[in-house]
Design a protein around this ligand. Structure first.
Ligand code: BEZ
Length: 211
């Protein structure tokens, strides 16, 4: 069955470009992003891995460990990483899981047989420090992902884990946020003593807390 939000991210031990990794141990207390790409030495995947390599400082700044996966073997990943550095101008410094037996792909339901019965789709899982799945995304092989959006969601997840707020459509770091629907006005007055704007009784807006 597909993984759902709030499920525990399945643990596994796998070969990677940085040696054998036990996933939960490797995550430690950090946030994590596990993302799959269909195949090594393919054009869209090359641009995606290059983009994530460029964004490594942004993931680091948020305390997020990143790990990629495809069904190709570890030797292929290593050779391809050289191509990525050459063509995309960034070294892939995060590990890439080799999953030729599809053990991890099956655990995370990354192979969608009606799309392709051997290659993984473009999945993204954001995992919290509690090892729970906080976000899932599934893209087709033909569409490269927007990793700025992944960072944006992580900003929202980290903010809403800390404060009883929610983030509106297209929110980004520093913009106004919404008081969660489950928070009464009485509780909100304690949590946010500087006040908020009531647009509707169910739509209460305030500046992003903690800035
Ligand atoms: C690509 O990365 O370009 C790609 C990979 C697998 C299937 C189709 C496209």
């Amino acid at each position: 069955m597909a993984l759902r939000l709030g499920d525990t991210a399945p643990d596994f031990t796998a070969e990677t470009t940085q040696g054998t990794i036990n996933f939960h141990e490797w995550l430690g207390d950090s946030w994590g992003v596990l993302f799959s790409h269909p195949k090594d030495f393919t054009p869209v995947c090359t641009t995606e891995l290059g983009r994530v390599a460029h964004l490594a400082p942004e993931f680091d700044r948020r305390g997020v460990r990143v790990i990629g996966l495809s069904v190709d073997p570890v030797g292929s990943h290593g050779a391809w990483a050289d191509d990525i550095a050459e063509t995309q101008g960034a070294e892939v410094e995060f590990p890439l899981i080799a999953d030729p037996d599809r053990v991890v792909s099956d655990l995370y339901d990354m192979i969608h047989p009606n799309a392709d019965d051997t290659l993984t789709v473009r999945s993204v899982f954001v995992i919290g420090p509690d090892k729970k799945v906080k976000l899932t995304l599934t893209y087709p092989a033909s569409t490269g992902r927007n990793f700025d959006e992944v960072l944006r969601v992580i900003d929202s997840l980290q903010l809403t884990a800390k404060y009883k707020v929610a983030t509106p459509a297209d929110w980004s770091q520093g913009e106004d946020v919404i008081i969660g629907a489950a928070v009464s006005d009485e509780e909100a007055a304690e949590l946010f003593p500087d006040g908020w704007t009531t647009v509707k009784p169910y739509l209460r807006v305030l500046p992003q807390p903690g800035r």
